[in-house]
Design a protein around this ligand. Structure first.
Ligand SMILES: Nc1ncnc2c1ncn2[C@@H]1O[C@H](COP(=O)(O)OP(=O)(O)O)[C@@H](O)[C@H]1O
Ligand SMILES: [Mg+2]
Length: 153
């Protein structure tokens, strides 16, 4: 997921909006971390669980703004954050349905995990991520709007 994020970073520029959808543990934050590393983002890209949005300046390009919309109940609340949508690359976890009307172009990334770790081994009580083998993820990227017309992803 990190590598996929890094590859995605290569096509992103200021004003781009990326929405990540997928269940808890799907890899949304991991993907954003890889994306941030590729952009040279400063600061730790982590689950912004208790922070709605975190801005990471990057070495050369636009800021990376990482949003967790999990606790938002209304798109208006996202608008209230007064993010500089045009100047930054904005990645929104749980953003589907929350970004409507914010930009006419969206990169929608849907992540599916085939099985949860608990289903694979119901007796597993060790959740150290280093002990968890890489699991396949199915990722569907849907690009909409004029920004992505003719762009090969
Ligand atoms: N493809 C994968 N295979 C195995 N573990 C993964 C994979 N992608 C992410 N993880 C791990 O799953 C955990 C949750 O990932 P995270 O990116 O925080 O998910 P999300 O933000 O979607 O809730 C982390 O420990 C991460 O290292
Ligand atoms: Mg997350």
């Amino acid at each position: 997921m990190g590598e996929l994020g890094a590859r995605l970073a290569a096509v992103l520029r200021a004003g781009d909006l990326v929405v990540l959808t997928g269940p808890l543990g799907a890899g949304k934050t991991t993907m954003t971390r890889g994306l941030g590393a590729a952009l040279g983002a400063r600061g730790q890209v982590s689950s912004p669980t208790f922070v709605l949005a975190r801005t990471h300046p990057t070495t050369a390009g636009p800021d990376l703004v990482h949003v967790d919309a999990y606790r938002l109940s209304d798109p208006v609340e996202l608008d209230d954050l007064d993010l500089d949508w045009d100047a930054a690359i904005v990645v929104v976890e749980w953003g589907r349905g929350m970004v409507d009307g914010i930009s006419d172009s969206v990169l929608d990334v849907e992540i599916t995990r085939a099985t949860g770790a608990d289903e694979a081994d119901p007796d597993a009580d060790d959740t150290d991520p280093d002990d968890v083998p890489d699991e396949p993820r199915r990722v569907v990227v849907t690009a909409t709007g004029p920004r992505w017309a003719g762009v090969a992803l």
